[in-house]
Design a protein around this ligand. Structure first.
Ligand SMILES: [Mn+2]
Length: 285
């Protein structure tokens, strides 16, 4: 696992380096295609720093970080240029993590990078269901001349997954064409727990949860590059997690924290709490 820089901060209650069967946190601090406000490259370490202020125990899950095998592999070494090499390195890293029988939990970084992780997980689990929490559709075929722009992240995931294996939750921004496509393919799911549970139920196979933190309302999560009014609160997020069967969850990512855009630091704390809850769910799978 020499792909990773292990000199920086570490997520609370985790140990450095890989070990079989654990949950493997790793960061990809890349924000090269940010079209509005950059800064997500500082997301992974801000999440780690904020994590020390949280309790280890999750009342919602009745689970404790102390009781799970949590590893923090560090940050993926990446070139800060075009996205393709970063996506490829992410793909390779997640393949290595899965080969060591570990469960990947990626910290972003911008959402375009999820493509690399989803591809690696889909190679191992061809019947993968991808659940996307996001303000934005991310279904553009290309944006600003680049098919790997963050606005195309989910379109690229559908290069390797069948259309019916994507559920898009909380989306409130996109082009007319993107919304027509999401409705036509029956992928658009309101952040409504009954509907979400009903849509997940027929799928008994593995699930990848990709969380673009801008799904949260800018009032509770201003620290992100492309904030979009009308988002969800923490309580809705917790309800969403409660209808996702943890036993089926095989991988996740938490993307798009740009910590310097929220001087209060509360966005980093929220992101760290998201990571705690998701890590505890992954450990349960
Ligand atoms: Mn987004």
């Amino acid at each position: 696992m020499s792909l990773f820089d292990t000199n920086g901060a570490i997520f609370q209650e985790s140990r450095r380096g890989p070990q079989n069967n654990g949950v493997a946190i790793f960061g990809v601090g890349y924000d090269g295609t940010a079209s509005f406000r950059p800064g997500a490259r500082f997301g992974p370490d801000a999440i780690r720093h904020a994590s020390v202020g949280l309790e280890n125990y999750s009342p919602a899950l009745d689970a404790d970080l102390e009781d799970i095998n949590l590893r923090d592999l560090g940050n993926l070494e990446i070139p800060h240029g075009s996205p393709e090499p970063v996506i490829q390195r992410t793909h390779n890293a997640v393949r290595e993590i899965l080969r060591s029988e570990m469960t990947p939990l990626m910290l972003g970084g911008e959402h375009s990078i999820s493509t690399g992780a989803v591809r690696a997980v889909a190679e191992k689990y061809p019947n993968l269901l991808l659940i996307q929490l996001d303000a934005h559709a991310d279904m553009r075929a290309e944006y600003l001349g680049d098919a790997h722009n963050h606005a195309c992240a989910m379109a690229r995931c559908l290069d390797v997954l069948p259309s019916k294996n994507l559920l898009q939750v909380g989306i409130r921004s996109g082009t007319r064409e993107e919304f027509a496509l999401m409705r036509h393919t029956n992928r658009l799911v309101a952040a409504n727990m009954e509907e979400l549970a009903r849509r997940i139920a027929p799928h008994e196979g593995p699930i990848y949860l990709t969380i673009d933190l801008d799904v949260f309302d800018p009032g509770v999560f201003p620290g992100t590059g492309t904030p979009e009014p009308g988002g969800i609160a923490w309580e809705t997020f917790a309800s969403v997690l409660s209808v996702i069967p943890a036993a089926q969850l095989v991988a996740a990512d938490v993307m798009e924290l740009a910590p310097d855009l929220d001087p209060s630091g509360c966005s980093s704390v929220l992101a760290a709490k998201v990571v705690r809850e998701v890590a505890l769910m992954l450990a349960d799978s």
